[in-house]
Design a binder for this molecule. Structure first.
Ligand code: NI
Length: 225
């Protein structure tokens, strides 16, 4: 399931992040890729331990926490510290790959159920750079407004098309979900969105209360906390 989560960053936070990235020292992105992915990866990354990266991580994690759709769509158990990348010039693409299933953060193993890309440059700032994801319905080509987030299953083959003008800036990270299977998360998300719409239209009718109970009981059955 691909879900676009709009306006995760407000304009002020976005401007702060972009200012910081404009002054940052980048390194070769292939340093942090697995051996299969390193062959395909040609971009730049902010060193994850740098002071700049740590400040920006806190801004992104804070924004995710405040966004109601993010929780509903991902049902997060653990979120890996967000990383930051730049595609442009000679380092302008990332060929087809699948993200590593298990990643490490602060001595913990984290399963990458969900991959996330937070777009930080406006689409008019660069040409190319679409995130292309192989989905059950065929290839999806995605390029979102700055501040919007895309989440997609960690199991997907995906790539970033060559950037032929300007620079594509993004934050990317992985989420281990309380609900491991994409199909179950999709059902819960769709049900939650429908419940929100029903509540808005009809208030808390007895049927809506019942259905809200069903949502929580499914979550109780499937969630691993
Ligand atoms: Ni990837």
């Amino acid at each position: 399931m691909l879900i676009r989560i709009p306006a995760v960053l407000d304009p002020q936070t976005l401007a702060t992040i972009r200012q910081c990235l404009a002054e940052a020292a980048w390194e070769d992105g292939a340093l942090t890729a697995g051996s299969q992915a390193a062959l395909a990866k040609q971009n730049q990354q902010l060193p994850s331990k740098s002071e700049a990266a740590q400040q920006l991580q806190a801004l992104v994690l804070g924004a995710l926490e405040r966004h109601p759709l993010f929780f509903s769509a991902t049902l997060p158990k653990r979120i890996l510290p967000p990383l930051f990348n730049r595609y442009g010039g000679e380092s302008n693409r990332y060929g087809d790959h699948v993200d590593q299933a298990i990643r490490y953060a602060a001595g913990q193993r984290v399963r990458s159920d969900i991959s996330a890309t937070l777009f930080l440059a406006e689409p008019s700032d660069y040409d190319g750079g679409e995130l292309v994801i192989a989905d059950t319905f065929g290839e999806q080509r995605v390029k979102l407004a700055a501040g919007d987030l895309l989440i997609y299953p960690g199991t997907s083959v995906h790539r970033v098309e060559p950037v032929t003008r300007g620079a594509r800036l993004a934050s990317f990270f992985w989420i281990e979900s309380m609900v491991r299977l994409d199909e179950q998360r999709r059902l819960l998300y769709e049900m939650d969105m429908s419940l929100m719409a029903l509540r808005e239209q009809h208030g808390d009718s007895p049927a809506t209360v019942q259905l809200t109970g069903t949502y929580h009981n499914l979550l109780r059955m499937w969630a691993d906390t």
